[in-house]
Design a protein around this ligand. Structure first.
Ligand SMILES: C[S@@+](CC[C@H](N)C(=O)[O-])C[C@H]1O[C@@H](n2cnc3c(N)ncnc32)[C@H](O)[C@@H]1O
Length: 416
């Protein structure tokens, strides 16, 4: 790829101003490169690859299997299925900031289609694929989302017409495209929402209307990292295959990494290009330390609830701890995960890089958005190694030589 092509690619992802900033040049220069008025210096190609484009080369060839990434967020589920040799052929995500992070981290590859609002996509226009992936929005079903909607007198679950019915968009795509398999991910509370009726409807549609062989299981991210994060994973196969959850390899909680594995080392051994640390030792920027006012407020709030016998409050952790679930509201006060800095200093929040590590993204993952956006995006994402492990046990069943006939109703109970 020549330098002009690299410039065009980066301008598909970022504004001329952002490209200029990353390359240390004037935006006018970028525009002149774009119109081919002037020629960029040879080093610009390397700088674009290192600072602006996703790492690695764009995918070539077919991949072991083709998948689509619905409600893609920042691509946590995609990361896991790409690691298993899959090729993404379609992505849908409507939040422009999530799209920015996604595009900064994934090459589209030839023929890949990017769509915004999935409710506006005609299922017949979606490319053929072997696996459908969807971490559909969880607010209509999550404990926090349901109580907020109740407090505001708003409907939740399927009755929430804007967010609650997105499962049915997934269902209409499965009905039309009949992929060999799917993986759906959501909060654990989906299982018990509305006394189990919501979950029964979902399983009924997948099994009896769409004819898939469905398996589900709640998995805790704590097996792979220092975060308590329980999520329901639903997988389905068009054919009857010998898939079993017994094949999962989930490391014992006792041996899984603790917070020390995700916190900045602050000993000078981390690369100095991180925007979250500075100085020779790579100390976390002061802006992540809680102000006296906020720390006092959080302590008072916790004390008040303790007196009432409630468990609310902040979650203070050290290097040896496992933390609570990182939520999309972490940007507000960070109270669910505060890092102790000793008795003499207020605790601090996680930096976005530490959130990325907590969710299992490696340090090459680019974070091109503000801290507030980044906290929301990681709080909405998946624990990548959990999905990787599920993908690992799913993939052999996609590659086995089974019939390509459309699915028939299975009329069977889901296997937990
Ligand atoms: C729970 S998050 C999924 C996160 C994703 N699994 C990840 O690893 O980052 C749900 C995503 O669905 C997106 N979304 C919600 N409604 C949508 C719609 N109608 N069309 C496309 N995307 C939508 C949200 O912007 C959000 O990023």
């Amino acid at each position: 790829m020549n330098t002009y092509q690299l410039i065009d690619l980066s301008l598909q992802r970022f504004s001329p101003k952002e490209v200029a900033q990353a390359l240390g040049v004037d935006p006018k220069t970028v525009r002149r490169w774009q119109t081919r008025e002037t020629e960029p210096k040879p080093y610009i190609a390397d700088a674009i690859r290192q600072r602006l484009l996703p790492f690695g080369e764009p995918p070539s060839g077919e991949g072991k299997f083709r998948f689509i990434d619905l409600f893609a967020g920042i691509g946590g589920i995609r990361t896991a299925f790409e690691k298993q040799g899959g090729r993404c052929v379609f992505t849908s995500e409507w939040d422009p900031y999530a799209v920015k992070t996604y595009r900064a981290n994934f090459h589209d590859g030839e023929g890949h289609v990017f769509a915004s609002d999935i409710t506006k996509v005609d299922e017949r226009d979606i490319p053929d694929h072997d696996v459908l992936l969807a971490g559909f929005p969880c607010q209509p079903f999550s404990i926090a989302g349901v109580s907020k909607k109740n407090a505001l007198g708003r409907p939740h679950g399927f009755a929430d017409k804007t967010q609650g019915t997105l499962f049915f968009d997934v269902a209409r795509i499965i009905a039309e495209k009949k992929p060999r398999a799917f993986l759906l991910e959501n909060v654990k509370n989906l299982v018990s929402h509305d006394k189990g009726r919501t979950f029964s409807t979902i399983i009924d549609v997948l099994q009896n209307e769409l004819g898939y062989h469905v398996h589900h299981r709640v998995i805790n991210g704590k097996h792979f990292g220092p975060q308590h994060r329980e999520r329901i994973i639903i997988v389905g196969f068009r054919e009857e295959v010998p898939f079993t959850w017994d094949d999962l390899e989930l490391p014992d909680f006792g041996i899984s990494p603790r917070m020390g594995a995700v916190l900045h080392r602050q000993d000078g051994t981390e690369p100095d290009d991180s925007p979250y640390i500075n100085g020779a030792k790579g100390k976390v920027l002061e802006k992540y330390t809680l102000s006296d006012k906020l720390w006092e407020y959080l302590q008072n709030y916790a004390a008040k609830h303790r007196d009432k016998g409630n468990g609310f409050g902040f979650g203070l952790v050290t290097k040896e701890s496992t933390c609570r679930t990182l939520s999309a509201r972490y940007y507000k006060d960070g109270s669910e995960i505060l890092i102790s800095q000793g008795a003499k200093k207020n605790p601090r929040r996680l930096t976005p890089r530490e959130c990325a590590r907590l969710m299992g993204f490696d340090d090459n993952f680019r974070i091109p958005v503000s801290d507030t956006r980044a906290y929301k995006q990681f709080g909405n994402s998946v624990v990548v190694p959990v999905i990787s492990e599920v993908a690992r046990i799913m993939v052999p069943h996609l590659l086995s030589d089974t019939s390509s006939e459309p699915a028939k109703p299975a009329k069977k109970k889901a296997k937990a």
